[in-house]
Design a protein around this ligand. Structure first.
Ligand code: NAI
Length: 327
């Protein structure tokens, strides 16, 4: 049987953590033949660590055959030791009266420390997924704080936006989500993201031609996907957690085990593709093979799409510039 791999999860006692850990331990992320050791990080405060102890008791009580070990940590330097996968979920939420700049600064502190810890102690091939918001900029900060790791080890989660877009298209066309291929979401995990179905097919037919309604794209589809997070908060009173955890599982599984030629969306550092400045952590269509992702290149960008990409890029550049001095 396979040697266990180490999976670090931060914010492990939070609501995404609660929807995520059991699925990792049951083999849904890395395969039903891959044992895992969970290295769980929480804030060094009694309430958070006590809640984490409760979650670990429940994990024990599941008696998962693939759960080869479990550790609780309050310091990233021990939590990330030798870790092969790191899901950075914990982040500082916006509090009452907190300005955007304060939010960016508080998270810059967290992700600088975590990037440095990954740089110092994680596996050299660690695959890092940042879920905690602002996810793209937090991933950028962690990457910049880890100069000894390859930039491509760091990614941000755009998969929830991708999955939301796929479901909206499935509902509109009356086809199953599994029939949809070649969907892309460009840019920031924020309402400015650009979900793009120009290349998508559904049962082999063009989604764009099947829907044939640019007003629906612009006035219904894009705002629905962009504001979905807010709609869930309005309905549930708390932010999306199960769907976010599900997207994190999808992202890591596809990165580790491959997409067999199919496109998925990942936030990854640009190498200049599509005119996105180098190192900006941007949502791109990618394929994955042998544990590596590859950006889908050479897609034509029309005027409407360019305007959407420019807008989400401008937001990301603004976030990057706001944290530059803190790195
Ligand atoms: P939550 O508040 O329920 O849990 C967050 C947990 O992280 C808490 O237990 C907290 O103690 C812990 N934490 C905070 N700072 C930490 C640090 N420096 N080190 C370790 N642990 C730390 O929040 P929830 O609902 O689980 O969401 C987590 C994050 O994911 C939020 O930033 C949220 O905005 C983001 N999110 C991102 C999505 C995406 O698509 N990229 C989708 C949904 C949520």
């Amino acid at each position: 049987s396979k040697k266990p791999v180490r999976v670090a999860v931060t914010g492990a006692a939070g609501q995404i953590g609660y929807a995520l850990l059991f699925r990792i331990a049951s083999g849904e992320m890395l395969g039903k033949d891959q044992p895992v050791i969970l290295q769980l990080l929480e804030l060094p405060i009694e309430k958070a660590l006590e809640a984490l102890r409760g979650v670990m008791m429940e994990l024990e009580d599941c008696a998962f055959p693939l759960l080869a070990g479990m550790e609780a940590h309050s310091d990233p330097m021990t939590a990330f030791k030798d870790t092969d996968y790191a899901l950075l979920v914990g982040a500082r939420p916006r509090g009452p009266g907190m300005e955007r700049a304060d939010l960016l600064a508080a998270n810059a502190q967290i992700f600088t420390a975590q990037g440095k810890a990954l740089n110092a102690v994680a596996s050299r091939d660690v695959k890092v997924l940042v879920v905690g918001n602002p996810a793209n900029t937090n991933a950028y900060i962690a990457m910049k704080s880890a100069p000894d790791l390859k930039p491509g080890n760091f990614t941000a989660m755009l998969r929830l936006d991708h999955n939301r877009a796929a479901s909206q298209i499935a509902a509109k066309t009356g086809k199953p989500v599994s029939a949809i291929k070649k969907l892309a979401v460009w840019g920031n995990h924020s309402p400015t993201m650009y979900a793009d179905y120009r290349f998508a097919t559904i049962d082999g037919a063009s989604v764009k031609d099947t829907i044939n309604d640019q007003a629906w794209n612009k006035d219904v589809f894009l705002p629905t996907v962009g504001k979905r997070g807010a709609a869930i908060i309005a309905a549930r009173g708390v932010s999306s957690a199960a769907s976010a955890a599900n997207a994190a599982i999808d992202h890591m599984r596809d990165w580790a085990l491959g997409t067999h030629g199919e496109w998925v969306t990942m936030g990854v550092p640009s190498n200049g593709e599509y005119g996105i400045p180098k190192d900006v952590m941007f949502g791109f269509p990618v394929t994955c093979e042998n544990g590596e992702y590859k950006i889908v290149e050479g897609l034509p960008i029309d005027e409407f799409s360019q305007a959407c990409i420019d807008k989400t890029l401008a937001e990301l550049i603004g976030e990057r510039d706001a944290v530059q001095d803190l790195l």
